[in-house]
Design a protein around this ligand. Sequence first.
Ligand code: ZN
Length: 132
Amino acid sequence: MTGKITVRTAARCQMIDITREVEAELKKMGADEGLCSVYVTHTTAGVTINENADPDVVRDLLMGLEKIAPDRGDYRHAEGNSPAHIKSSLVGASATVLVSGGRLVLGTWQSVFFCEFDGPRNRTALVKYIRG
Ligand code: ZN
């Protein structure tokens, strides 16, 4: 069984906390103990786990990625969104989290973030639970 989360992004680059949505999918699946993979089927978006408390952390993450892959550069990809592809590969297309008691095992300050790098768009994050 695979859960599906729809994410409507509102900016070109944005990180959206989807922890609650992932846990809602786990609940639908009757999850108890195991592993959860959150995976995106996009080449200009990603998934990561990071701090949810201070919004400046997200701001600084996006700023840091912008420094690595700035808007202007010696890019060849005709679609013109190479910075988004680079950021997607840096962040990665999936995150795996332990599941216990049907919930994600996350630290106090951790959340699962959907990362948009070429928005705004309608996006999808897939959720797979493996009991174990
Ligand atoms: Zn492209």
